[in-house]
Design a protein around this ligand. Sequence first.
Ligand SMILES: Cc1cc2nc3c(=O)[nH]c(=O)nc-3n(C[C@H](O)[C@H](O)[C@H](O)COP(=O)(O)O)c2cc1C
Length: 146
Amino acid sequence: MIAEQTGADLFEIVPVDDHYPMTYNALTDVAMKEQREKARPAYKGEVPDLSQYDTIFIGAPVWWGDWPMIMYTFFEKNMAALSGKKLVPFSTHEGSGLSGFDRKLSKAISDSNVLKGLAIRGNDCQNKKESVRKSVNSWISGLDIK
Ligand SMILES: Cc1cc2nc3c(=O)[nH]c(=O)nc-3n(C[C@H](O)[C@H](O)[C@H](O)COP(=O)(O)O)c2cc1C
């Protein structure tokens, strides 16, 4: 929806080794272990040349009150390229909201301008698409990204 509204290019962060179970409880265990161990799972492919962008939207599901560890792989691998950019965090969640994604992103990429984030319930993304689209569009209109 963000890409539709802004015309942005998309890059999806997908694990190289898909060791994530599809059942919720098993996945929560794997994710907790990764968080405890500060794991940095590898993702597939190379991010496009980020120097061509002024603003980068970065989103993920909240996992245990934080970005999934694979997102820290992305932040650390692209630290130089993300520095000095406008970064816009967004989350899907089931109650924790943005879960400090903005603060944690500022900390991970210290020389960045982190703009107002958006948190949407994962369930609403599946079942209330039109109301989510309104929230997304109104959030984007209020961002200083012209
Ligand atoms: C490992 C794991 C940990 C989660 N931890 C949280 C959490 O701390 N707070 C929260 O609101 N939702 C949590 N959730 C719910 C997810 O944020 C929600 O399922 C997700 O945003 C929906 O997107 P998806 O369909 O891409 O998974 C967790 C889900 C998983 C699988």
